[in-house]
Write a protein that binds this ligand. Structure first.
Ligand SMILES: Nc1ncnc2c1ncn2[C@@H]1O[C@H](COP(=O)(O)OP(=O)(O)OP(=O)(O)O)[C@@H](O)[C@H]1O
Ligand SMILES: [Mg+2]
Length: 242
């Protein structure tokens, strides 16, 4: 397989924060068009992995590539292929949500008129167009979650990475986000999400990867991973459900 068929390739990645080892020689690949749930208990190394893939964090050894672009040596090309949905609402409080998206597009070199056109389209798609001129604080929790998706998608990335996209959501909002993600994957986006909800992984994804104490426990087709009895203890630790 050509490397560019792999949306994300990670080889022998090790990361320390001071003396704390967050990642211990992890290796895995995510294929183009896949929908991966990256599961693991608190402190397992999920956000650290996302931060490295998106260039927000450095690492001590290993290689990380996005469609063949090294995230360190070829940062710009790697980063433009990724849309990141952070766990927190880290929006500029002084911009209205239309401006927010236009500015975000600007970071990826998209010209103002194109950026405005895309912002209009994406706000309409996620039913936020009537809120275009308000600041994000005036949105409901569910609207803010949808705005995170809009911001991640504004530069039309190939890969969508989401850090616990439904944490703290009520059922209705969870279903709404799941529908959007299923649709985006159907349209060809590669999706990588972290979650503590087994139901989310079971319903939505094609592939499950499990990380624990900075080590990859497994990665494979969903059905195979869920059948693997030796992982039951890890599932319990992740979800708290026996
Ligand atoms: N900025 C940091 N400085 C020092 N240590 C950190 C930092 N960020 C994470 N760590 C440590 O690295 C390890 C992995 O943390 P990480 O945030 O990647 O876990 P996680 O799997 O995302 O957990 P959670 O499910 O709680 O979000 C933990 O031991 C954590 O304490
Ligand atoms: Mg995390």
């Amino acid at each position: 397989m050509r490397d560019s068929e792999n949306a994300i390739s990670i080889a022998n990645l090790t990361k320390f924060y001071g003396r704390t080892q967050a990642l211990d020689n992890i290796s895995f690949t995510v294929k183009r068009g896949d929908f991966l749930a990256f599961l693991g208990p608190n402190g397992a190394g999920k956000t650290t992995t996302i931060n490295i893939i998106t260039g927000l964090s450095n690492y001590q050894s290993g290689t990380v590539k996005v469609f063949g672009h090294d995230v360190t040596k070829d940062y710009r090309n790697a980063r433009r292929l990724i849309g990141l949905c952070t766990q927190d609402f880290n929006f500029d409080p002084f911009l209205n949500i239309f401006q927010l998206l236009v500015y975000q597009a600007g970071y990826f070199g998209i010209h103002s008129e194109d950026a405005k056109q895309r912002a209009r389209e994406i706000l309409k798609r996620f039913q936020l167009w009537d809120k275009a001129e308000v600041r994000y604080r005036a949105l409901s929790g569910g609207m803010k979650k949808r705005l995170l998706l809009c911001r991640a998608l504004i530069h039309e990335p190939e890969i969508l990475i989401l850090d616990e996209p439904t944490a703290g959501c009520d059922l209705e909002l969870k279903f709404l986000i799941w529908d959007h993600l299923a649709q985006l994957n159907k349209e060809g986006k590669t999706i990588f999400l972290t979650t503590h909800y087994m139901e989310e992984a079971e319903r939505l994804t094609k592939t499950i990867g499990i990380i624990d104490h900075g080590r990859m426990m497994c990665l494979g087709p969903k059905e195979e991973v869920l059948r693997n009895k030796s992982l039951q203890d890890v599932f319990m630790e992740i979800t708290g459900i026996e």
